[in-house]
Write a protein of this length. Structure first.
Length: 122
């Protein structure tokens, strides 16, 4: 496996790899999110969800409570693997402040994940 490039298509961040070993990338991704304090909600086919914070507390207390959910979608082709990072939470339960915080956290996670893939996937 070799990391090729990262692309921001406006809705999701895409990470392109040469080779098609999704299990290896899933392990690396799990390690990244674990280090960042996210818990793995499970692998569902070609999709994995990660969550940090409490959704219920976010609904009750709004922007005063941090909640982030991200999803990774694994797309395999002949000799290429594409991983899409999707934002699993809009932040609307936290109002405008919450939406801005969720967007900032998503962008920060995307940038950090790119660096992590560059250093960990060889």
């Amino acid at each position: 496996m070799q990391f090729l490039k990262a692309v921001n298509n406006g809705i999701a961040f895409e990470y392109h790899f040469e080779g098609n070993e999704p299990d290896k990338i899933k392990e690396v991704s799990d390690e990244f999110f674990f280090r960042k304090g996210f818990k793995n909600l499970g692998h569902f086919g070609n999709k994995t969800s990660y969550e940090k914070g409490s959704r219920i507390q976010r609904i009750l207390f709004g922007a005063f409570v941090s909640y982030h959910k991200h999803e990774l979608l694994y797309l395999v082709s002949e000799n290429k693997l594409t991983v899409k990072l999707l934002n699993g939470s809009s932040g609307m339960s936290g109002g405008l402040i919450g939406m801005k915080a969720v967007k900032a956290e998503f962008n920060r996670t995307a940038e950090n994940l790119e660096v992590f893939y560059q250093t960990e996937v060889k």
